[in-house]
Design a protein around this ligand. Structure first.
Ligand code: EPS
Length: 402
């Protein structure tokens, strides 16, 4: 069985649950790492007062023994401190951009709270917990995933997609800077302008969105498939990232720019492998693989990982709950009113970068388990190693030729 996960829980209910199924037996569940990821999701300049109330920490309710996975559903629980769902009053005026009206139209009722409680981005805490476990599995393959902010409210971090993030070392170094930043960026030079933009929006009673980039290095080549439409990794990643609340666009590599250039300016040349660094190495295993002189494809060709870093970008719309109150209608009276406002984030782009990192890791871990299988972590890693060796033997410079 491949990896799959579900989440449950309401924003002001007892907590959030993630059920992660299909993990091999024997993965060390580093709870400190999961908690670091949960804490990072809560941080960021422009977050709401709710984050001062919650202190997200994971409890493992099942699926583990001795700190390791059991090849059983892993149950991750994040309790809520604000669990006032039963005491909260009904809202009458739907917020444009949130689930309020669309949910009422779907159910044929006026129960806005029933929609917003589950549609709330509070649900993404459970995704981050599950994604952290996927990241722990990917790390065993030498694969690192990092989500970072590349724009807030029109203030952009300079650089091409994935620029400078082409190795595990570069990613680890960038992670340090992203984790230290209140804006989730790797370039502190943009922080003052981002802060001013968020302050300006707050002053106006408004909200801001932004852009997020996710990069994965060390990803094995060959994940995904072109055999069927729903096996393509590009489509699966798009679904995963577009399912994050407020995410409205998804791009791979050069993204929408591919429609504006010639083919020869888009496709990444394939070059012979450079000679093996160590000539004494056994020829069959020595060869490095054919090289690429650019990565405009963002690590995917024909829906399959091609050994280059994966580079994804997505845009987040501004939060729908805004103090200035957009035009709305009172669903009880039918009169024009201002949309409801309780407390809200002015900007949650750094938090969404964590969620994008988690969702990417979940899809990649799922694709890795599909090709390498394995009831146990040991079997999974052995198959992955054999896959890499075979690739080097058959396709590497100086490798086996027919
Ligand atoms: C959200 C509304 C706010 C956000 C929430 C998402 O919650 P509250 O109504 O309790 O102030 O803070 O996000 C989180 C709680 C979170 O942890 O990310 C919404 O309606 O979508």
């Amino acid at each position: 069985m491949s990896l799959r996960f579900h989440t449950g829980g309401e924003s002001h209910g007892r907590g959030g649950l993630a059920i992660l199924e299909g993990l091999p037996k024997g993965l060390a569940l580093d709870l400190d790492f999961i908690n670091v990821q949960l804490a990072r999701r809560q941080r960021g300049y422009g977050r709401s007062g709710r984050q001062g109330i919650e202190q997200d920490r994971v409890e493992v309710l099942g699926g583990s023994r001795g700190g390791h996975s059991l090849e059983a559903p892993l149950l991750l629980w994040i309790p809520n401190r604000d669990s006032t769902i039963e005491d909260r009053e009904q809202l009458a005026s739907p917020r444009p951009g949130h689930a309020d009206l669309a949910g009422c139209l779907r159910h044929g009722d006026r129960d806005i709270r029933a929609n917003l409680e589950r549609a709330s981005a509070r649900e993404t805490a459970a995704r981050v917990a599950a994604g952290a476990v996927a990241q722990l599995l990917l790390r065993r393959l030498g694969c690192e995933v990092l989500g970072h902010v590349v724009g807030i409210g029109g203030v952009a971090v300079p650089g091409e997609p994935g620029e400078g993030l082409d190795s595990g070392e570069a990613l680890a170094e960038a992670r340090g800077r992203v984790e230290a930043s209140d804006f989730g960026v790797r370039d502190p030079a943009v922080e003052a302008a981002m802060r001013a933009r968020i302050d300006e929006a707050r002053g106006l009673g408004d909200s801001v969105g932004g852009q997020i980039e996710v990069v994965a290095t060390g990803l094995p080549a060959g994940l995904g498939s072109f055999a069927q439409w729903d096996a393509r990794l590009d489509g699966r990643l798009a679904q995963a990232l577009l399912s994050i609340p407020a995410i409205k666009s998804f791009e791979i590599g050069l993204g929408k720019e591919v429609g504006e250039r010639l083919g020869s300016e888009i496709h990444d040349p394939i070059l012979p492998a450079s000679a093996p660094a160590d000539p004494a190495m056994e020829p069959g295993l020595a060869g490095t693989l054919p090289q690429r002189s650019s990565n405009r494809a963002g690590g995917l060709e024909a829906g399959i990982s091609n050994g280059q870093p994966l580079v994804l970008r997505c845009s987040m719309k501004p939060i729908a709950t805004i103090r200035r109150g957009l035009p709305s209608v009172d669903l009880e009276t039918g009169e024009a009113v201002e949309a409801a406002y309780e407390r809200s984030d002015v900007c949650a782009v750094p938090a969404a970068a964590l969620v994008a990192e988690a969702m990417t890791a979940l899809v990649l871990a799922q694709a890795a388990l599909e090709i390498f299988g394995g009831a146990s972590l040991e079997a999974f890693l052995q198959t992955a190693q054999a896959h890499g060796d075979r690739m080097a033997r058959i396709l590497g410079r100086g490798g086996e030729r027919a």
